[in-house]
Design a protein around this ligand. Sequence first.
Ligand code: OSB
Ligand code: MG
Length: 374
Amino acid sequence: MRIDGIILRELHMPLLRPFETSFGVTRNRRILLAEVQSEGLTGWGECTAGERPFFSSETTDTAWQVMVQELGPMLAAESPEHGGECPQIFKAVRGNPMAKAALENAIWDLEAQREGISLSRLLGGVRESIPCGVSLGIQSSVTELLEIIERELAAGYQRIKLKCKPGWDVEVFERVRNRWPGIMLSCDANSAYRLRDEDRLVSFDAFDLLMIEQPLWHDDFYFHSMLQKRLNTPICLDESIRNRRDALAAIEMESCKIINIKLGRVGGFSEAIAVHNAAMERGIPVWCGGMLESGVGRAHNIALSTLENFTLPGDVSASARYWREDIIEPEVTVSPEGEIAIPDTPGRGYEVRSDLVERLTVRKETIREMALVA
Ligand code: OSB
Ligand code: MG
């Protein structure tokens, strides 16, 4: 496919409610979108970097710079036939997976449109609907959290994930479990614990959690493996898994029994599929994580979640939980059974509302091959 233009945009989108994790509070998202035009079609990608380098080292600003200076011109100089060619095109650039993913995923979207098939089908998806969970941030009181859980369960969500940290863990799990003994419950520490907290982490076993996500360092396998030996509850790795090789190492070392796959964190659909396959071949279930995405990233997460080994409910939920108005049409909705139905129209399956995107845009740059390579 001929690349006719690449447009980068930054959109400002306030979250309906602040989202608090062990590393901080997010109130406003700075969403970075890549729009790739090719032969009359438009592919969209979203960069899931945070506003600040707390989840990983990338930020909206670093990703913008790398996309404008390096990745955009590299892509504009090529005519890829498949999204799967992007890792090779971007190979000279180390790291920066979220910046790479935004562009690569737009090419997969374009490829699916050219083929006249859904993105899910292009990826090799096998599901017509996907099971959904929610990730609930740290609240100012447990009472408030219980009210939110009640509402999300009533909406149909199949799994509740609680963000946790020292001081917001066992007491909270205890009250949630007392109230709902049977629900699928998990927690995510985003690396908030250290080895001195091992006994406390082992005490999480009392709450029948589906998993404990990323309790220790963001870049660790070894100490997670030591911890897993002491835990009955499966560890799920998020931050630590950057690619297929990391997944192989973590599985081999028994650092985790479950893997959270995020498109941005692993650098796009190609590597996400590679992680998925490596885990499936070794009997390790995966699920799709979320990064407070707008509709574009959400659409891509939905397509990815249709792959065979995405057997656990993901953090992919309805647009209306995050935004007063999402930038896609239709918005993502979740059924009373807690499922998202997979669209079967060509490409990402959700139209991008260009009028709304334009209104929310605070910065825009058109990348041209020569202009920037020069
Ligand atoms: O660790 O899964 C995470 C949000 C931002 C950064 C990291 C994480 C999260 C979430 C939210 O848990 C998932 C979502 O609802 O998009
Ligand atoms: Mg996580």
